[in-house]
Design a protein around this ligand. Structure first.
Ligand SMILES: Cc1ncc(COP(=O)(O)O)c(C=O)c1O
Length: 253
């Protein structure tokens, strides 16, 4: 498929701007991407026409807002092929999503349990787990990188064991752009009954992610990296964990 830059640029009104007499070209998408007209229009339509509480009011605006909110959830479910609509949870960002999941695990992780993180993580996928390990006296193990800066799978196979309760890593590294072999890591982790959380902040924009095929337990992603939809970040959690992780359940509702 041809990558039609000219056509794609048309979707982003900000790119019509000139800076220092030159047409704006913007590359900092990994930090914050620009917003296409359809998104700007949808947000503006919401504020102009049906700004109100979702799931709580019984008046028409609230019903309209609730319907639009749930339709968005369905679209995301279809996009990621999640098994159930409820598995899609709206949060304020990847960091928020990871914190909700890690807080949910506070009651389920006990002393001597082990948690594995990759050595390639964004700060927001390290600190919550360090804090959790401190609180629960569980152990945090780190998958080292090999000489090419890639995750050392051989070492991962040595680290994972029946004591491993959780494995978390990003799909694509924000620092190096490395694509991690998440399918293999999920498979190996599941063979030890360990759950896997994938930080998809840098990958969801570039790959078609099929949650059922991937069989991942938690996936976090942030549209800010591809359509800058600040208020529509989502976290996916398999349905059977929703009630177990109390905070997740509160957010879902
Ligand atoms: C891989 C990765 N994880 C987590 C985050 C944090 O995302 P957020 O700002 O949505 O909390 C980022 C931010 O760009 C990221 O690149």
């Amino acid at each position: 498929m041809k990558f039609d830059v000219k056509n794609i640029r048309e979707d982003f009104p900000i790119l019509k701007k000139q800076i220092n007499g030159k047409q704006l070209i913007y590359f900092d998408n990994a930090a914050t991407s620009q917003t296409p007209t359809c998104v700007i229009n949808s947000i503006s339509d919401y504020y102009n026409n049906y700004n109100s509480n979702i799931h709580r009011g019984v008046h028409s605006l609230s019903e309209e807002a609730t319907e639009a909110y749930e339709k968005a959830r369905e679209k995301i479910q279809i996009h990621f092929n999640a098994k159930h609509k409820e598995e899609i949870i709206f949060t304020s960002g990847t960091t928020h999503s990871i914190n909700i999941v890690s807080n949910g695990f506070l009651d389920l992780i006990v002393e001597d349990d082990e948690i594995i993180v990759s050595g390639l993580e964004h700060h927001s996928n390290i600190v919550p787990w360090q804090m959790m390990c401190k609180k629960t006296n569980s152990k945090l193990k780190v998958i080292p990188l090999d000489k090419n800066g890639e995750l050392d799978l051989k070492e991962f196979k040595n680290l994972v064991s029946k004591k491993t309760k959780l494995v978390f890593l990003n799909h694509v590294s924000n620092a190096l752009g490395i694509i991690n072999p998440i399918e293999e890591i999920i498979q190996i982790s599941h063979s030890y009954n360990a759950l896997v959380l994938i930080d998809g902040a840098q990958s969801a924009a570039h790959f078609k992610i099929d949650l059922q095929k991937l069989n991942v337990d938690f996936l976090q992603h942030q549209p800010i990296n591809y359509v800058d939809l600040l208020e529509l970040v989502s976290c996916m959690a398999k349905k059977n964990y929703l009630k177990k992780l109390s905070l997740l359940w509160v957010v879902v509702k």
